[in-house]
Ligand binder design. Structure first.
Ligand code: CP
Length: 305
């Protein structure tokens, strides 16, 4: 039995196979419409979500399976003090696979250690968001045609952003990747991440102004400043609109630069940018369904059935 806690749980060869499968599922939905007949996915979400939970559910329904679960801790027995370890043992009696989001770093890992079914980390605190990373990688590979030889700008909350941390880890395994970290001083990428890049000899530059580097980028990964990760409302208010990507800034970018965003968006991308062909964040959300279909299929071991 296999779980997914980090994007590094799959080798790059396994990721290639997963993405090939996701692309095949996108092209031939009918072929996979009944592969999960009789199977159930549990979505255990202790934190709010639109995309991750609903794309997991859409993915399982597209495969012919069924879904059950809860969308906030308050409506589960966690509100009565039940531990994640006990909850997953019970969920294992009801479902074949589980996607879990939790505000505490490591909670899905605890669940995996006690589970009789595959557990997928659907986001744990400010730590990791591996299925968002699979979505991001599939989007980049499908639209750019490669995952190597890229200059990638990550902009916004690089300190608390779990999507950013997972993506940096995942992309650092490909050849000739260069990162530009664009953030205010207070939201810089953590030292343990830059230490990891130094150890691997991967180039990165930290900048404050998006205008100063947008012209160099093959990809711009925008992120939201996350109110829920701040201890202090004043700091949040001061930083929340630090970056706003608008048409004027986009005019400085390359003609084929892609703009990704894990969403939800608040103010960091002006809606006037949405119609620009480089803005692919809604397409990215669609890729999230295909890659989660491929992931469920793979973790249930259906490729050999
Ligand atoms: N990208 C993402 O995780 O979105 P949700 O919080 O809506 O699931």
């Amino acid at each position: 039995m296999r779980h997914l806690m980090s994007p590094l749980d799959f080798t790059t060869e396994e990721l290639d196979r997963l993405f090939d499968l996701a692309n095949d599922m996108e092209r031939h939905m009918d072929k996979y419409a009944h592969v999960c007949d009789g199977k159930k996915l549990a979505t255990c979400f202790y934190e709010p979500s639109t995309r991750t939970r609903l794309s997991f559910e859409a993915a399982m329904l597209n495969l012919g399976g069924k879904v059950l679960g809860f969308s906030d801790a308050g409506s589960s027995s966690a509100s009565k003090g039940e531990s994640v370890a006990d909850t997953i043992r019970v969920i294992s009696c009801y479902a074949d696979i589980c996607a879990m989001r939790h505000p505490k770093e490591g909670a899905p890992m605890v669940a995996a250690s006690r589970s009789n079914i595959p557990v997928i980390n659907a986001g744990d605190g400010g730590h990791q968001h591996p299925t968002q990373t699979l979505t991001d990688l599939l989007t980049i590979r499908s639209l750019k045609g490669r995952l190597d030889n890229l200059t990638i700008g990550l902009c916004g909350d690089l300190k608390f952003g779990r999507t950013v941390h997972s993506l940096i880890h995942a992309l650092s395994r490909y050849e000739n990747i260069r990162f530009l970290f664009i953030s205010p001083e207070e939201l810089r990428v953590p030292d343990y991440m830059t230490d990891m890049l130094k150890e691997k000899g991967i180039g990165y530059t930290e900048v404050i102004r998006l205008e100063d580097c947008i012209g160099d980028l093959d990809l711009l990964y925008m992120t939201r400043v996350q109110r829920e990760r701040f201890f202090n409302e004043e700091d949040y208010v001061r930083l929340k609109d630090f970056y706003i990507l608008d048409k004027d800034k986009l005019a400085l970018a390359q003609k084929d630069m892609l703009i990704l965003h894990p969403l939800p968006r608040v103010n960091e991308i002006s809606v006037e940018v949405d119609d620009d062909p480089r803005a692919v964040y809604f397409k990215q959300a669609q890729y999230g369904v295909y890659v989660r279909m491929a992931l469920i299929y793979t973790l249930l071991g259906l490729e050999n059935s």
